[in-house]
Structures are given as C-alpha cells and as structure tokens.
Design a protein around this ligand. Structure first.
Ligand SMILES: Nc1ncnc2c1ncn2[C@@H]1O[C@H](COP(=O)(O)OP(=O)(O)O)[C@@H](O)[C@H]1O
Ligand SMILES: [Mg+2]
Length: 389
C-alpha cells in the first residue's frame, strides 16, 4: 500500500447483506480529491450464526433476549473480521481512522404502520458497534439508517450517496444496479445534482434463487454457482408470467423490499404453484433467475425516463451469475451494461466500500442521505459514533 498523504484517511467498511453469505470488509483510502478502494476480503460467517440471522430476518418468533445476544455476538464477529482483514491487508488497526459497520438487518419497515395507535416506521441493524470499537481500538460508526427515518425517510437506500460520488458524469446518465439478496438501482441523470438522484429496490436479487437451491440441495449448496443448475433447466413460462404479475413490480418508487416480501414465505408459495409442482428443480431455478432479470429490466423501463441513462453499472454477487447477466444484457436496448470493477470498485466490494465512505461523512458531521432517494424531508447526518477509549 502506498503511504498516506497529508489529509488522507484509511477507513474500513464492514457489510453483511440480506444474503448473510459472509462478512465483507473493504479498506478505503479517502482524500479531499480522491477516494479509492485499497483492498477487500469476504470472511465467513459461522454457519450457526448465519442460520440464526436468516431465521431472525424471516420474522421467526424469537425473544428480546435472543436478539440482544445476537447483537453482541455479531459485534464480536464483525470485530474479529475487521482485525483479520487488517492482518491480510498489512495495515495496523492504529492506522485506520474509522470503521463504518452497516450491521445485519433483522427488520426493516420504511413505511409507517400503526403500532399502539401511532404510525411508526422502524428498522433494526444488529452487530453492536461499541463492541467493534472496543475490540479494534478504532472509532466505529454503526446504525446508519435511523437518522434518515427520523427525518421522514424510508432509511434506505443509503448507497446512492456513494453511487453519486463514483458515477456522476456531466454528459452520461448512469444507473447503478446492485444485485445482492435484493436488487436495487440508483439513477443518476447526466449532470445531476444530489437532489435529482433517485433510487429504489426493484425486487428480488439472488434471494429467491438462493432459497430454491438451498431447498433442493437440502442445504448442501447455498447458491447456484455460475448458474450451473439454471443452465441445465428450461424456463417454465406460465409460472414466470404469473410471478411477474407481482404488485410490487408495478408500485412506483420510492419503495424498499426485503426478506419480508421475498423470503421463505414467498418461496413456499412459489413451490406450491400448480405449474411448479412435479417440475424439475433446474427448471424452477432457471425460472427464478429469469424472474430476477426480468423484474430488474421491467423496473428500468417502467421507472427510468427514456434516454435518461446510457449505462447500467452492475455490482453485488449477482454480477457473478452468468445467466442473470446475459438476460440483463439482452433486454437492455440502447443501454450499455458495465461491471462496477471496470470503473474502479470491484462488484463484491461496492457496498462495504460505501459504508466506509458513509462513516467518514459521519465523522465529519456531514449528511449522507439523499432525500430524493429515501424520501427524507432533509439531509441528515447518519449513524451513531462509538469511541474506543
Ligand atoms: N459465482 C456465482 N454464481 C452465481 N451466483 C453468485 C456467485 N457468487 C455470488 N453469487 C450470488 O451472490 C450472492 C451474494 O451476493 P451479495 O452481493 O454478497 O449479497 P448481500 O449483499 O445480500 O450479502 C450469493 O448468495 C449468490 O446468490
Ligand atoms: Mg454478501
């Protein structure tokens, strides 16, 4: 690593997304003029912890005590991941200025519903940042979403601030698409101001594909590596047509989705569909993959004004699914499909990178939500800062 110049800071971003497939750690160099990804690693989440996290995300009933325990346990896991990452990156923790830890989302409801007679929106990311700060000795920012919601926003998506920083271009309109468990898109028209950036979740990313693969392999496989299963199957077009009739796809943004919509219950009804019964697993995995691609394409055509974008920049684990990428490519007329790696931040590292940048903003008391993306009434300084000593 090149030595730090005056005014430069090293930040670590820690991310565990809805897939709970691992802990992503990005090392980011932040300067006044330039922000770059120095290094990146994904570290495993112990299978038992992964299962506990997935269960919680599905809304399986657990006690407040178990949530509290998992909050501290994940804090330990994230802290250990940060320290292992530092060793791998050959940096000392004392060289790192700040950690941004997204936390594991276990509940997210961006739109208010009635609770004890009052309208309440709420969100919960766990992985106690005070533990991360204490174990690493590094100031840690966590809990980014509540401040946006306190300002009337949906608390998501927050990565658009970073998409804007990375991809805004005077002449070229661009959209950034992240295909994680859920797929989301940020639209940055040419020469946009931050107030012209919109963003929303298009629907399922890898979540339905992953769940089907776990189901058919009895948990032996966690995802359809390189679309091997889907590539052996045939599309069940009647089933696809019926799944595309989903109300969520037609709903105009801002909108957010999660395990609540596309988790276990969704997959149960997918498998119970008359056209899914007695159908080869490969055919169903292929259908889920095409569903993901078509729901993304549908959102692009429906909700992005014609000619507003010339490029679609893809990141997230879904960028490694060749069938998903081929389907996207063939459905995008006049829009160039690119991978985030071509523009400097590898597909796997984008979200972890983003939370390092967001933490740096927080440390400087600068807002980092984009009201046009979250629906907030005003820009807000995000997160809670935990000091190490
Ligand atoms: N080689 C691959 N082939 C197909 N899918 C892949 C591959 N690598 C990763 N994925 C998909 O990406 C997912 C993880 O994506 P990620 O961006 O980490 O999501 P999240 O942010 O929800 O954790 C995996 O669960 C899997 O579905
Ligand atoms: Mg992940």
């Amino acid at each position: 690593m090149k030595p730090l110049r005056t005014g430069e800071t090293l930040a670590l971003g820690i991310m565990s997304g809805t897939s709970a497939d691992g802990i992503d750690v990005a090392l980011v160099r932040i300067g006044a003029q330039h922000t770059s990804l120095e290094n990146f690693v994904t570290l495993p989440l112990p299978p038992q912890v992964r299962e506990a996290v997935l269960n919680l995300g599905e809304g399986i009933s657990v006690s407040a005590g178990e949530i509290s325990q998992l909050n501290f346990l994940l804090g330990e896991e994230f802290a250990a991941a940060a320290l292992i990452a530092c060793r791998k990156f050959h940096v000392r923790p004392s060289q790192i200025g700040v950690i941004g830890s997204h936390g594991q989302t276990v509940f997210h409801q961006g739109v208010a519903s009635r609770v004890c007679g009052r309208l309440i929106a709420s969100t919960l990311q766990i992985g106690e940042p005070a533990i991360i700060a204490a174990r690493t000795g590094i100031t840690t920012v966590g809990d980014f979403r509540p401040a946006d919601m306190a300002a009337g926003g949906q608390g998501a998506p927050l990565v658009p601030f970073v998409d804007y920083l990375l991809y805004r271009d005077k002449k070229i309109g661009r959209a950034a698409l992240n295909i994680g468990g859920i797929a989301n898109i940020t639209v940055i028209p040419a020469n946009a101001t931050t107030f012209q950036v919109t963003a929303f979740d298009t629907g399922p990313g890898n979540m339905v594909i992953d769940a089907l693969v776990r189901h058919f392999t009895h948990g032996r496989k966690a995802f359809d590596r390189n679309a091997e299963m889907a590539n052996r199957g045939n599309l069940v077009s009647g089933l696809l047509k019926s799944l595309l009739r989903d109300k969520y796809f037609r709903k105009p943004p801002p909108k957010t989705a999660g395990r609540e919509q596309y988790g276990a219950e969704y997959v149960r009804s997918f498998l119970a569909h008359p056209l899914a019964k007695n159908t080869a697993p490969e055919n169903l995995v292929r259908t889920a993959t095409v569903l993901t691609a078509l729901s993304i394409l549908d959102a692009t055509h429906r909700f992005i004004p014609r000619n507003a974008i010339r490029e679609l920049i893809v990141s997230g684990g879904g960028a490694r699914n060749p069938l998903l990428m081929a389907q996207l490519e063939s459905g995008l007329s006049g829009i160039r499909l690119r991978r985030s790696g071509e523009l400097g931040i590898s597909e796997d590292a984008k979200e972890a990178f983003a939370f390092a940048v967001l933490a740096y903003q927080t440390l400087h008391k600068r807002p980092a939500n984009l009201p046009a993306a979250t629906g907030a009434r005003r820009p807000a300084v995000l997160g809670k800062v935990c000091y190490a000593g």
